[in-house]
Write a protein of this length. Structure first.
Ligand SMILES: *Cc1c(COP(=O)(O)O)cnc(C)c1O
Length: 428
């Protein structure tokens, strides 16, 4: 088998430079909470392939379901010849998302595609055009979703022009907005929307209940309910982008349920299918069904192998009670992270929910972001065999997204490596 070094050379001659990898180790196999590279090294996984393998890598039920499906048929295109598993995934989406109202769903291939389609539905159903998004938002890399995403480098830089009728409102970011309450932060955002966009023009308010790539920003309590209530009043569609937060990640099926918010539409992807590419939009039947027949779809959307994997992943979430597992992980991580923060003046905040947790690093005694230390700590973790990701508008957030089936002992080992890496790179 070729070594990672050999593969890395081949990669540079074959793979576009714009597609990067966090580490230069090539994977051979993976299971549960760890990966093994082609050089025989084990990695503890605090990333889940960016919040995807929540049920664990190569989860047994998912593997069996995929095997069984791949032998029956691999693709027919649901728009040509339908099949049961697509319908069953839509039933699950309706059952698991907040709200007991009548719902419909449609399936796609990626989170970005789900977000694009939610915006299509909202515009079609309302006859309005404006889409309100927030500071630090991340919604994808396609043309419309680049416009919805906040951060220029690396996502948008020199890729314009971007789609019009996208408006950005201030986010609730307790560490950096002077500790505004949820109601105050919502009033500030609503003022921007009403004055700069006009309530009657708003097709959709689109928000991540806890921001992902933007820095694991948890809005102050009350922010989401106030925005959702405003949207209802204004006749705008409230869309929760739960691509990263959904399917047990935060200890609930969907994060907005933690604040009793019932979005009109929810977008899902990442954790829903145990690693296979699948995404969905689910929400109010009268909105989803406003779109004319043929107005939504795609060749691969709701591929039968991905649907079989999703049904098996959802069964696994029930069977192993992965919402409870996410809460246990929160407790284990929080205990250690808060202890680390107490002895480290460069850690401004420990935040997150369930198995979606983060440290924000700053220069001591200030709120000035410390992206250099963040990168150095991440590199030290990688060198010691721990996969951690960074994120944030200021690239100063270490984020933790372990598979929900990771063993307590693996987490403990990973946290030891993190502690050593923070100590080896003290704030400067
Ligand atoms: C990852 C992500 C997306 C984009 O998903 P892709 O599958 O990469 O297109 C959209 N929204 C959120 C909140 C995400 O975390």
């Amino acid at each position: 088998m070729p070594s990672s070094e050999e593969l890395h050379k081949r990669r540079h001659a074959a793979v576009a430079r714009g597609v990067t990898s966090m580490v230069a180790s090539y994977v051979d196999h993976a299971a549960g909470g760890s990966l093994h590279d082609v050089d025989g090294r084990e990695w503890i996984d605090f990333g889940s392939g960016i919040a995807v393998t929540s049920v664990g890598n190569a989860a047994p039920r998912v593997v069996a379901a995929v095997r069984e499906q791949v032998e029956r048929f691999t693709h027919t295109c649901f728009m040509v010849t339908p099949y049961e598993s697509y319908v069953a995934v839509c039933e699950q989406l309706a059952a698991l998302t907040p709200g007991t109202f009548d719902k419909r769903a449609a399936l796609f291939n990626s989170g970005a595609e789900a977000v694009e389609n939610a915006v299509k539905v909202a515009r079609h159903a309302t006859g309005r055009q404006a889409v309100v998004v927030f500071d630090h938002a991340y919604h994808g890399r396609t043309n419309l979703t680049m416009a919805l995403t906040a951060k220029s480098m690396p996502y948008k830089h020199r890729f314009g022009p971007f789609a019009p009728e996208v408006y950005r409102a201030p986010m609730s970011y307790p560490l950096r907005d002077g500790g505004l309450s949820g109601a105050e932060a919502a009033a500030r955002a609503i003022d921007v929307i009403e004055k700069q966009v006009g309530a009657a023009n708003v097709a959709a308010v689109l928000i991540e209940p806890i921001q992902g790539e933007g820095g694991f920003v948890v809005p102050a309590p009350g922010f989401l309910p106030a925005l959702s209530a405003w949207a209802r009043e204004a006749g705008a569609v409230f869309i929760a982008d739960e691509v990263q937060t959904g399917f047990c990640r935060t200890g609930s099926w969907f994060a907005c349920a933690d604040e009793g918010v019932e979005p009109d539409l929810v977008t899902t992807a990442k954790g829903m299918a145990g690693g296979l590419p699948l995404a969905g939009v689910v929400g109010r039947a009268e909105l989803m069904d406003a779109v004319h027949p043929g107005g939504l779809g795609g060749t691969y959307g709701g591929n039968p192998i991905a649907c079989a994997a999703a049904l098996a992943a959802i069964e696994t979430m029930h069977e192993l009670d992965l919402n409870a597992a996410a809460k246990r992980l929160e407790a284990q991580f929080m205990l250690r992270l808060t202890a680390l923060a107490q002895g480290d003046p460069g850690i401004a905040e420990v935040r997150g929910r369930g198995a979606m947790l983060a440290l924000e690093l700053v220069k001591p005694g200030s709120l000035e972001p410390d992206p250099l230390r963040t990168a150095a700590v991440a590199r030290a973790c990688h060198a010691a065999g721990l996969l951690v990701l960074t994120c944030g508008t200021y690239a100063n957030v270490l984020r933790f997204l372990p598979p929900l089936v990771i063993a307590e002992e693996q987490v403990a080992r990973g946290l030891d490596i993190l502690a050593e890496s923070l100590l080896a790179h003290l704030p400067g």
